[in-house]
Ligand binder design. Structure first.
Ligand SMILES: [Zn+2]
Length: 637
């Protein structure tokens, strides 16, 4: 028997009025059962409870659903918790319905090793033997309580974890534990002596990373000395750790996100910790510059209201753009916080305090309005052609929303601001034409998942591993993509020169990359380069191509580049030079594409005016092209 059997029994066998009357008083009114609606300030019983149709419906506020929905909404709990509560109240044994599928021995061991290692690091940190840990805690103003909530720890220079694992008495267990610890990247094999290992995390503050149910699945760690090469180092990808699907702090924030009905997205784990401890408990960190598709689905199940609170620098703004676009594609319009002149939420809280932060949140506006501010000039031109040109720019901003009411309503507001007198039907028509010509929207994200599917996501607790893979397969269907020649060149250069990948410039250049898969592969590359040793580089990139879902075209480009890979170290100046050159060529390519798209509209022109307007657009593009071509990048040294 499974949870879906339990769900069916509850809906089929328990009268809805029995369930509802466990929480609110239900009375008869003629042939109907009614109750004071608990979801709005109800004065007269507006909520109808219908046993035959098995639904409740409030005729005042519109709230409605089945028995399980009622309990979820009333108690603000998750699907599985609601099933459990109803079962307990109505004499069904919840335990009978949980399929306890056997976890694989590998997974059991990995979870054990991770749990034990986090306890070990935590214990070591509290021995007062490591001044660098104490200094970090003090400098960051973290209380003991906070350090405990987040299980902050310290991995010392000597091989503490290996010592610990080597002390496991039974030989079989010991060998297995070491093997798994190596596979999930907590320890590494000594290249000179195959029999011996060393700890991956040495002289580092350790932050365990949990899944949404609070199981430790990996680490992020921070260097304590200046000479340490990587400031942040994460667990490597493994069967327990999929970095793209991590939302740091989610297991702590989940309840609050549901209750407050919005989520704050920050970049780093220190931001999450700072926000959470100032009472903004509905905060999660995306741990980088992109939000995994799966993470987005998980958050969507909790709330539809997102606030972007990423860093205030260029990288943070570009990351906001990317997350914004992901959200728009599923019909969510995120709001945006700007922390300038401070660099991130942690910094802002330290300098301005929680009251100012709360004000910032209360007054936050949709991110698309910020983007529109950049496009709509302060002084509006008089020429109607120029006004339409501005409106066309605005089309790009809402395009990920598709031809929805949300998009057209926004456009109507902006059109007024621009001074366009045209009626909204005309603007919508123009927008529709734009959409049918806009190539960047051809690969639309899949439709948002149904409620049922989201329930499944929440049920992952029961059978984490298999559900996890199933849902991933469900969400990530690989379509064949066309990678342009310049994008191919970009991938080849980045694979050949990993030094380029970690440069800030590499992120900025993504804005000129049209193919989403190329973008996400580069972001992925950026993540893992921090996590791996040089000598593992080629083999890890190979295995990544096998393990993760990429199109055949991308796989063949990367395989080709790897087969030609020679380790030739380059310095930062050379790396930036390569990137600037690539950016230049990407820009030219993008403009050429734009030109092509404009020209394709030629046949649609019916009047001379339309034809002239179109040619003007082409001339504008040509001007930009000319400007670009005559300004080859030179690097300021
Ligand atoms: Zn109501």
């Amino acid at each position: 028997m499974s949870l879906s059997d339990l769900k069916q029994r509850i809906l089929d066998e328990i009268p809805l009025t029995d369930v509802v009357s466990g929480y609110v008083h239900v009375s008869r009114k003629g042939t109907a059962s009614v109750a004071l609606c608990p979801f709005h300030g109800d004065k007269t019983p507006s909520m109808h409870v219908n046993n035959d149709k098995k639904i409740f419906k409030c005729f005042a506020c519109g709230e409605g659903g089945n028995a399980i929905d009622f309990v979820m909404k009333y108690k603000k709990i998750e699907f599985v918790e609601a099933l459990k509560e109803i079962a307990n109240h109505h004499g069904l044994n919840f335990e009978d319905y949980i399929e306890r599928k056997q976890k694989s021995p590998k997974l059991v061991m990995a979870e054990k090793v991770l749990q034990k290692s986090s306890e070990l690091y935590k214990r070591l940190a509290r021995t007062n033997k490591f001044p660098m840990y104490m200094e970090f805690i003090k400098k960051r103003g973290l209380s003991t309580e906070v350090a405990d909530t987040y299980s902050l720890g310290y991995a010392p220079k000597h091989n503490a974890l290996i010592e610990y694992l080597s002390s496991i008495p039974k030989e079989d267990d010991r060998k297995f534990a070491l093997e798994i610890a190596e596979e999930i990247g907590l320890i590494k094999r000594d290249l000179n002596n195959n029999e011996s290992y060393y700890d991956t995390f040495r002289d580092r503050i350790t932050f365990p990373i949990w899944d949404q149910f609070g199981t430790v699945i990996g680490y992020t760690s921070r260097a304590v000395y200046d000479y340490q090469k990587a400031k942040y180092m994460n667990s490597k990808e493994s069967f327990v750790f999929n970095k793209r699907n991590i939302l740091y702090g989610l297991h702590l924030a989940k309840q609050s996100i549901r209750e407050k009905d919005f989520v704050l997205l920050v970049e780093g784990n220190m931001d999450q910790i700072a926000m959470f401890n100032k009472g903004l408990k509905n905060t999660v960190a995306i741990q980088g510059v992109a939000l995994g598709d799966y993470s987005l689905k998980v958050l969507q199940a909790l709330t539809k209201n997102f606030i972007l609170a990423l860093d205030s620098d260029t990288a943070g703004f570009n990351a906001s753009k990317r997350v914004n676009e992901q959200c728009l594609k599923v019909g969510i319009i995120p709001k945006y916080l700007n922390f300038e002149p401070h660099k991130d939420p942690d910094d802002y809280l330290t300098n301005e305090g929680i009251v100012a932060m709360q004000k910032l949140i209360d007054e936050s506006r949709p991110f698309i309005d910020t983007l529109a501010d950049q496009v709509i000039p302060k002084v509006i031109p008089n020429l109607i052609d120029r006004q339409f040109a501005i409106l066309d720019e605005c089309f790009h901003i809402v395009a990920p929303l598709g031809n929805s009411l949300q998009a057209t309503e926004r456009l109507a507001v902006w059109a007024k601001r621009i001074g366009l007198q045209s009626d909204s039907a005309q603007i919508i028509k123009r927008y529709e034409d734009f959409l049918s010509n806009d190539n960047s929207q051809k690969f639309r994200a899949p439709e948002p998942p149904s409620e049922e599917l989201m329930h499944e996501v929440e049920m992952m607790e029961e059978d984490f591993e298999s559900q996890f893979t199933n849902s991933l397969e469900h969400f990530e269907q690989v379509t064949e993509v066309k990678i342009s020649a310049i994008e191919e060149k970009l991938l080849q250069e980045l694979v050949q020169h990993p030094e380029c990948v970690t440069r800030q410039k590499a992120l900025e250049l993504l804005d000129f990359v049209g193919t989403n898969e190329v973008k996400s592969y580069i972001l992925r590359l950026r993540e893992i380069i921090y996590e791996i040793d040089e000598n593992e580089y080629v083999s890890i990139l190979h295995s990544l191509l096998k393990k993760e879902h990429y199109s055949n075209s991308l796989v063949s480009v990367i395989e080709g580049a790897l087969s030609r890979y020679r380790k030739i170290p380059i310095n930062d100046v050379t790396a930036d030079k390569i990137l600037l050159d690539l950016e230049h060529r990407l820009k030219i390519n993008q403009l050429n594409q734009k030109r092509q798209i404009i020209l394709e509209r030629k046949d649609l022109c019916q009047t001379n005016e339309e034809m002239n307007a179109l040619m003007l657009e082409v001339i504008e593009v040509d001007k930009e092209l000319l400007k670009l071509k005559s300004h080859k990048p030179k690097l300021k040294v």
